[in-house]
Design a protein around this ligand. Structure first.
Ligand SMILES: O=C(O)CCC(=O)C(=O)O
Length: 198
């Protein structure tokens, strides 16, 4: 008997110069709304300041970094907090669905549609040359925008409640990605990107 159905397998998304695959619902024993509520309530969210053209602004979302290694991006240094029990459950589900291992997670909390993430690549050296990054989303659907660095081709993927997007291969070398602002009335969303820091 086939133990897998299409709803538990990551489906490839055709993309030049990188690898992308998507699963509409990460298999979990908990309902998505309970996961979202617990992630919002149980996470020690930080509000960091970023510098753009010499001026300082609050980062337009809240963040947290958990796992086994420190991490730094955009001049912000994260000392890791230990994985919480809920994060361990999510990590196990992501590892089972992707066949990859992860030892760290960046959490981003988009409080409403005004919160966003600028276009960037996750290409810090400690992630390795072809990092696998597993992105899990809970709450309001937001559009994940990708832009090819050379051809400027754009892709848009709706990251819906409970979904898993796996980025791998040369994707971080060749593409930028981000989450644009939308209406302020969009509901809350928490995204977790599981990573392996070598
Ligand atoms: O919230 C998202 O889906 C984007 C997260 C992301 O780009 C990142 O963590 O690098």
């Amino acid at each position: 008997m086939d133990l897998f159905t299409s709803s538990t397998i990551l489906a490839p998304i055709p993309v030049a110069d990188g690898e992308l695959s998507f699963l509409e619902q990460l298999p979990l024993a908990l309902p998505n709304d309970e996961v979202l509520a617990r992630l919002i309530a149980e996470t020690a969210w930080r509000s960091d300041t970023i510098t753009v053209w010499g001026k300082q602004y609050p980062q337009p979302r809240l963040t947290a970094w958990h796992g086994e290694a420190a991490y730094a991006y955009s001049g912000i240094k994260f000392e890791p907090l230990p994985f919480t029990p809920l994060q361990q459950v999510l990590r196990a589900a992501v590892e089972a669905a992707s066949g990859r291992r992860f030892n760290s997670v960046l959490l981003n909390y988009y409080r409403d549609g005004r919160d966003s993430m600028g276009m960037h690549s996750d290409n810090e050296p400690e992630l390795g040359p072809e990092p696998a990054i597993a992105s899990v989303s809970f709450g309001a659907a937001r559009t994940f925008v990708l832009q090819h660095k050379a051809t400027k081709q754009r892709l848009r993927i709706a990251l819906t409640d409970g979904s898993l997007l796996l980025m791998a291969g040369r994707l971080q070398n060749n593409w930028l990605h981000g989450i644009h602002k939308i209406s302020r009335f969009a509901g809350p969303r928490v995204n977790l990107t599981f990573r392996y820091i070598g």
